[in-house]
Structure formats: structure tokens, C-alpha cells
Design a protein around this ligand. Structure first.
Ligand code: IPD
Ligand code: CA
Length: 274
């Protein structure tokens, strides 16, 4: 990490400001949401996803013009500073579409690479505008929900762990994931499907979940949340000791993480498809 602690803290505060500004924008739902689809008919995107990303990009071009941007809805913007902003303008778009509260804006800044398997996360923020909550972290400086420090739960036994997961948008991926979750359910206390990966990771950070896993995330889904969970004491990996990737993310307190990673890896190996 070449970014200093002082600079990381400034970037955390900027991530919070940007996530909250975009959160304010999307909280004001228009009367009509124009919905189009992406990877499958169930993979929705609305004009508010685009508007939120436009706001974030416009603000970054004003205050951080040398940084690169990797966002869910727009082509990549190259940069020269070595820092990349990783943006999810609405995480939980399907919840947003149904006027359900569990959606978020996720803003992270990483250094060294724009590939989650090798980047170093510097700072990030996740804003849930429907409740006014914002989680944030800077590398090495802890995680916060508002001003309150976050700490993962100390659950030791996977059998009593409350575990969240999520599902992709294609029939093949969902069929595979259904097989995997059928092997995980008997091994844990219960399963949750919240509909926002960023918020699932923040829930691990503040102890309202013990653990979370998912296959197939985009980098913007987990960039901020993975740092927030890590800074709250979670282990966050690809299930094999590396950094999370689109192949797999597993997050949880140290004891639960390892047991869940073993369980999910075996289930993925045995399940058809992928
Ligand atoms: C989705 C959410 C969901 C997860 C999906 C993601 P989107 O992001 O994070 O919880 O299960 O894999 O694609 O499409 O709402 O930005
Ligand atoms: Ca997302």
C-alpha cells in the first residue's frame, strides 16, 4: 500500500460523501422507473442506476480527475494516479425496483490494479439511503457504521451461524447455486437472501450476520463491503486464501469463515454446472 493513512482517511471521507450524495438522489424515486435488462430478462437496470453513476462520475471528475473509474453501468475511465474508484450506483437494483428497502450505493477506491484478485483496497463506503445508514472503512483504520465502530460476531460454530448468500441472473448459474445452497442449509443456523451483496458484507461487519458467500459477483458489488467487513475483523477471501473474485467470495469471522469456505468449496465441486 503506497497511500498513507492520512490520505486513506481523506479518501474514506470522500467515499462517504459521494455515496450519501448518490443515495440522496436515488431515494427520491421517480413516479415511473424505466426498466431495461442486461445479462438476462431478470437482470434489471433503471434510469436511476444510470443517474447515480453519472453523479458519482461527475463529482469524481471534479475532485479526483487523475483517478481511474470502474463502474457497473458505464465504460471504464482510465487514470494516471494509480488509484481506481469502483462504483456500484445501486446495489440491490431488483429491491429498488420493488420499492423494498435493501438497496445501497457502494463507493470504493483501490490501488495497484483494477482486478479484485490483486488490488489493495484503500477506502470505501456503502450507503443505504432508505434507512440513512452509511458503513465505511479505510485500510488499517477499522470499520464504522456512522460513527460507531463495527465488530464481527465471535460465533465459533458453523452450525449456529446465520449465513447470507445471493444468486446470479442466468438459469445455468442459478441452477448451480441452488445445488450449492442445498448443501449449505443443513450445515448452518439459517440462510438469508437480502438482495444486495454490499449490504450483506456490511451486515457481516456489524454482526447482524455471521457470514456471507456468493459466486459470480462483479468487482463493484464487493469492493467497498469487503474492505468494511475485513476492517471489522472478518476474513474475506475467494474461499482458497486469495482475495475475493467473481469466482467466489466468502466472508465471516475467523472460525466460521474457514468452515464455510470448506463447505461451499465442496458443494461447488459436487454441483452440476457453474
Ligand atoms: C446484485 C446484488 C445481489 C447479488 C447479485 C448482484 P445488482 O447486484 O448484489 O445481492 O446476489 O449477484 O448482481 O445487480 O443489484 O447491482
Ligand atoms: Ca451490484
Amino acid at each position: 500500500m503506497t497511500t498513507s493513512p492520512h490520505e486513506s482517511e481523506k479518501l474514506r471521507l470522500l467515499a462517504v460523501e459521494l455515496a450519501q450524495e448518490a443515495g440522496d438522489l436515488i431515494r427520491e424515486r421517480p413516479d415511473t422507473l424505466h426498466v431495461t435488462s442486461k445479462s438476462s430478462p431478470t437482470d434489471a437496470v433503471t434510469q436511476m442506476d444510470a443517474a447515480s453513476e453519472e453523479l458519482l462520475r461527475r463529482r469524481l471528475s471534479e475532485v479526483r480527475p487523475d483517478d481511474a473509474i470502474l463502474g457497473e453501468e458505464c465504460p471504464d475511465t482510465p487514470g494516471t494516479s494509480g488509484l481506481t474508484w469502483v462504483l456500484d450506483p445501486i446495489d440491490g437494483t431488483v429491491n429498488y425496483l420493488y420499492d423494498s428497502l435493501q438497496y445501497a450505493v457502494s463507493v470504493a477506491v483501490v490501488e495497484g490494479s483494477n482486478d479484485p484478485s490483486s488490488w489493495a483496497a484503500v477506502a470505501g463506503a456503502v450507503c443505504r439511503p432508505s434507512t440513512g445508514d452509511t458503513w465505511s472503512a479505510a485500510a488499517g483504520a477499522g470499520a464504522f457504521r456512522g460513527e460507531r465502530r463495527c465488530q464481527v460476531r465471535g460465533t465459533h460454530d458453523l452450525g449456529t451461524a446465520l449465513v447470507a448468500t445471493g444468486f446470479g441472473y442466468t438459469v445455468e448459474r442459478r441452477t448451480h447455486q441452488a445445488h450449492v445452497v442445498s448443501k449449505v442449509i443443513p450445515a448452518v443456523r439459517d440462510i438469508r437472501r437480502g438482495g444486495s451483496a454490499a449490504l450483506d458484507l456490511c451486515a457481516v461487519a456489524d454482526g447482524s450476520l455471521d457470514a456471507y458467500y456468493e459466486k459470480g459477483l462483479g468487482p463493484w458489488d464487493h469492493a467497498a463491503g469487503a474492505l468494511i467487513a475485513t476492517e471489522a475483523g472478518a476474513i474475506v477471501t475467494d474461499g482458497r486464501g486469495g482475495q475475493p473474485t467473481s469466482e467466489l467470495i466468502v466472508a465471516g469471522g475467523p472460525a466460521v469463515h474457514d468452515a464455510l469456505a470448506r463447505c461451499v468449496n465442496k458443494a461447488m465441486h459436487d454441483a452440476p454446472g457453474g
